[in-house]
Write a protein that binds this ligand. Structure first.
Ligand SMILES: Nc1ncnc2c1ncn2[C@@H]1O[C@H](COP(=O)(O)OP(=O)(O)OP(=O)(O)O)[C@@H](O)[C@H]1O
Ligand SMILES: [Mg+2]
Length: 256
């Protein structure tokens, strides 16, 4: 693995948003500190509004912390970079470009045209949409469009992969296949992946680490290392134990 190894430090980061309609302030994140590095697959779970997307947007460099700082190898993040690839919670494709051209778009933007055809080919194959390559986004189902958006962010091979509920629009079977495909791509490159999901099962199945958050104010309440090799067995005793531990942290426990 000749990939660049990086360390991402989130140091005491808080983020507040002023509300448009009155003088109130939303404390989206309160004093978050995390240290993450290449080779980790970090799942972020927590109730709606606890600041998961805000963390990803901060790391992407789309917004700045109110206090604290975020660094990559000691260098503060101040703007977006192709080294930090983001798939948004509501990803939209460019409606005027075909499936193939949507996937290749960011490569072209960066002038990385060498070998781009093979890369696009591989991505189309992974998502099973080879025969849809010349279709436009308007002709795709919601799940198909989500798979294309996912590949559009993976194709750049960023050092940090930021995925905001990347599989939310997929049916259960496609979703399980795509979990394996994302893991395969991540394992090949060994980058740092930071993925938001509402699905605790998915968080444990994919993560080397699961970070559990709570809201009002947004904060980290648990940071759990998943000490299991891949591929994981969703029905194993340890898997179920991890899942129950996380559900308890999310206040959905009740059974041991
Ligand atoms: N640009 C913004 N302006 C004002 N408030 C914002 C902005 N972005 C986020 N917020 C607020 O910050 C809080 C955290 O939002 P965020 O989108 O990070 O939550 P989330 O954990 O991703 O939720 P969900 O699971 O519903 O996607 C929410 O209360 C939200 O209303
Ligand atoms: Mg969100």
């Amino acid at each position: 693995m000749a990939e660049k190894r990086i360390t991402l430090e989130i140091n005491n980061v808080s983020k507040s948003f002023a509300k448009v309609e009155n003088d109130e302030v939303t404390h989206a994140l309160n004093e978050i500190s995390l240290s993450l590095r290449s080779g980790e697959f970090v799942s972020l779970v927590g109730p709606s509004g606890c600041g998961k997307s805000t963390i990803l947007r901060l790391v992407a460099g789309l917004i700045m912390p109110t206090t604290g700082e975020i660094t990559v190898d000691g260098k503060e993040i101040t703007e977006p970079s192709p080294e930090r690839g983001m798939m948004f919670q509501k990803s939209t494709l460019f409606p005027w470009l075909t499936v193939e051209k949507n996937i290749a778009f960011s490569l072209k933007m960066q002038g990385k045209l060498k070998g781009h055809e093979e890369k696009v080919e591989r991505m189309l194959k992974v998502i099973g949409l080879e025969s849809f390559r010349n279709d436009y986004p308007g002709q795709l189902s919601g799940g198909m469009a989500q798979r294309v958006a996912l590949m559009r962010s993976l194709i750049n091979e960023p050092d940090i992969l930021l995925l905001d509920e990347p599989l939310g629009a997929l049916d259960a079977f496609t979703r399980m296949n795509m979990q394996d495909e994302i893991l395969k791509i991540w394992q090949e490159k060994g980058q740092l992946a930071l993925m938001v999901t509402h699905d605790v099962d998915e968080a444990v199945y994919m993560g080397t680490r699961v970070i559990v958050m709570d809201a009002n104010p947004g904060r980290v309440v648990a940071d759990i290392k998943i000490d299991e090799s891949y591929p994981r067995d969703r029905s194993s005793k340890t898997f179920v134990e991890y899942r129950n531990e996380i559900l308890n942290r999310l206040h959905f426990g009740g059974r041991d």
